[in-house]
Ligand binder design. Structure first.
Ligand code: SAH
Length: 216
């Protein structure tokens, strides 16, 4: 089992990530290491490493491996950062972030998803991830500012509390657009002004909350 899942991760990196431009060595290393299959309940081993998003319950999905790697690479993490994730889902993205940054804070609107993610991450002995259930569009004021923020659900516009809770020099990656498709957007905060860059088109489940969509 151990050998097989490591081999599947190796192929995932070689076939799905490197050819599409993921070149941050630390990101590739994290993608080789984190056991994605443990975050996808009821999926076959092969399926867990396939090139697509997969259902995780509550009509939500774990993102395609490439999208996880691309969003993570966009944050440019070097190891000392405090990161906020909105949309814990399975906890997989949080684990990848925990390999690359100092502290990870992650919020999901569904308490059962937050709880499941906490259980899996606990079993894997991650000690630098804190999870809570709640409306992530309001950020997590108690631990702000964050050097990096990643939103793994689609929003009509960037929630203002997230911009406010981003540190100077910080980066925020977020899918912005309509309910059916969005543009993956990288926002950077320098001297209190926020510059935005478009990365690519993408499809995410809706970010539902006070500063996102009002309902799914
Ligand atoms: N990053 C996850 C995938 C997330 S899917 C993973 O690695 O598996 C998007 C998640 O965003 C869903 O779990 C959904 O419940 C959550 N979500 C949607 N709106 C939210 C909000 N306002 N606050 C927190 N989480 C939210």
């Amino acid at each position: 089992m151990k050998v097989l899942d490591a081999a599947l991760r190796g192929s995932m990196v070689e076939e799905q990530l490197i050819p599409r431009g993921i070149n941050d060595r630390r990101v590739l290393e994290a993608m080789r290491k984190v056991p994605r299959h443990l975050f996808v309940p009821g999926s076959s081993l092969e399926n867990a490493y396939s090139d697509c998003p997969l259902p995780i319950g509550e009509r939500q999905t774990i993102s395609q491996p490439f999208m996880v790697a691309l969003m993570t690479q966009s944050l440019g993490l070097s190891g000392g950062e405090r990161v906020l994730e909105i949309g814990t889902g399975s906890g997989y993205q949080a684990a990848v972030l925990a390999e690359l940054a100092k502290e990870v804070y992650s919020i999901d609107r569904y308490a059962d998803l937050a709880k499941n993610a906490e259980t899996v991450l606990g079993k894997l002995a991650y000690t630098n991830i804190r999870i809570k259930a709640g409306d992530g569009t309001e950020g997590w004021e108690e631990f702000a500012p964050f050097d990096a923020i990643i939103v793994t659900a689609g929003t009509p516009s960037i929630p203002q509390p997230l911009i406010d809770q981003l540190a100077q020099g910080g980066r925020l990656v977020v899918p912005v657009g309509g309910p059916l498709s969005q543009v993956l957007t990288l926002a950077s905060k320098e001297n209190s002004s926020v510059a935005q860059e478009e990365i690519c088109g993408c499809v995410f489940v809706p970010l539902v909350g006070k500063y996102g969509w009002k309902q799914d």
